[in-house]
Design a protein around this ligand. Sequence first.
Ligand code: GLN
Length: 445
Amino acid sequence: LNKYLENIKERDGLNAYLEVFEASATKQAIAIDEKRKAGKAGRLAGMVIGIKDNICYKNHKVSAASKILEGFESVFSATAIERLIAEDAIIVGRLNCDEFAMGSSNENSAYGSVKNALNEDYVPGGSSGGSATAVAGNLCTVALGSDTGGSIRQPASYTGTIGFKPTYGRISRYGLIAYASSFDQIGPVANDIKDIALVTEIMAGKDEYDSTVSSKEVPSLTPQPLKSKLKIAYIKETLDTDGIDPEIKARTEQLVNCLRADGHDLIPVSFSYIEQIVPTYYVLTTAEASSNLSRFDGVHFGYRSKAAKGVEETYVKSRSEGFGEEVKRRIMAGTFVLSQGYYDAYYTKAQKVRRLIQDRTLEILNQHDCILLPTTPSTAFELNAVKDPINMYLQDIYTVQANLSGNPAISLPLGKHSNGMPFGLQLIGKHFGEKELIDISAYLM
Ligand code: GLN
């Protein structure tokens, strides 16, 4: 813990932590030492974990990197946090992110952009940019993120770390500040697949506070050697496009060939909805976000405008002053697609396309062990380089499929670009197939 606290101070310029819980973490560490002496320490005894600032930890601040939650303190802990603490993990602090987890570069935080630990001129990706940069910069062993459309996997790809989004409904969302509830999932970022496996196993499973969590048994996720050769599908459309960086394409194809040479079956498959996935994702998530964010009214939580007189004005001014530009853009887009005249044309239509995407994904996974594709079309870009929101949304082209379909997906470090930045490989697994996905990942690492 002391070493990490030192590292955090040293790399303050990354802007990774919004707050370090030095007092409570030190107290935890001392208590764990006692337990260890008594031979009663938990399975995570002493593991230092940073948490994305949209996950509640009792009696600690949480802001979703938004001004609108300024001064707010959690009155309960997320189920995921409770379970980690029960196994003696140390929660070291809250990590910067895009405001309400909306973004792909971590430039949307009300508390300033986060920098990539590997090169501070570059973004770490988003929205869990603080989580990924903290792991890459050795500022914690494991960081929790949340993944609605790639927010764990994309920053993992940009920082050379491993990022895992379990199946939707594998880990309780209780205590996760909602962005788009039918997509959101908590998951870990780490350097070691064994840490990913252990932390996921401990957080996963039934929870009476979240009815969307599956009651399926959680098996041991400790990586095991493969028992047979793999049958892997790779999506042709993700590689046969001008949209992908040529070096990422070449390295991915090289891996496909290596795996073939090792006797695995690699089968090119077609996924014809590739152009529909980003629009579908943004119609549905902005709709859900506009509804979820209506609770921040200047009355119940955090920030209240000092300029406001009366109830109506309190709502309007607090929200206008409290939310950042990207969040407002999404609330506007979401209320538009849900409005009476446009509901069927946008929201209903997007739900239907979501079903088509889901069905096709499941169809491919019925015949293969997993789907292989790049995590991102490019490496991390320089800070302030992408200004157009649509261009930013297109960063998510390879990651949102797994959220639309609910499948588990992982990003593993694949290579280093000639520009010096890393990039990842993504695997999408079967629903609740975390175990198989982790075994395959361990084999590939
Ligand atoms: N970049 C995506 C978005 O802005 C993903 C966000 C996420 O997964 N939380 O919506």
